[in-house]
Write a protein that binds this ligand. Sequence first.
Ligand code: HEM
Length: 180
Amino acid sequence: MHGSIFTLLKRYVQTQYDHSTWVQLLEASGLDSGDFDHKTVYPDEHMYALVGKAAEMTGIPAETLQEKFGEYLVPDLMYMYAKLVQPEWRTMEMIENTEKVMHKRVREEHSENAPPVLDVTRVSANELLIEYVSRRRMGALAVGIVRGLAVYFDEADQIQVEPTTREDGQHVQIRVRRRA
Ligand code: HEM
């Protein structure tokens, strides 16, 4: 997985907990280096180990941690890819365009990058259905990113996010509604 995601996970743990928690987490996960470069792709297994051990250490379920981390990621992801974001986009439009704009660019940047496939259907003016497909089974992260986007666009009180299948499968369905 993309080095930036690891760097952000490191910063998340350091800010939500502290630096020594991060060091303990690295050790528990069997990783010798906690330095990640944004141009390098790291093994997915390192991410699974970090999230799994973080869940064990905090007693917080891995899904909840992934959701929280997803929310936390959004401002940085938006900043990194700001040039691709159209000024009129809000939460719903951002989600609709992620696959063909943001994730497309991510795939072009490095042949090993593999963001999930997001198949998004506009069910009605105020409703979207996201089909998340990834062998990484990180649907909970997707749910968190959607929540984070709603906060980012100052629409958190209007946007309702509801996974309609389990969040830990290869294929997760997420319903997003905006209160008119
Ligand atoms: C600002 C818009 C977005 C940007 C710039 C962005 C960028 C990225 C990047 C760089 C990765 C790492 C890919 C890799 O390591 O191969 C990634 C992964 C991921 N993205 Fe996005 N993303 C965006 C929006 C979204 C949205 C709206 C969702 C969900 C609805 C989403 C769900 C995910 C998930 C769950 C992953 C983890 C990898 C996986 O599950 O396979 N992203 N994204």
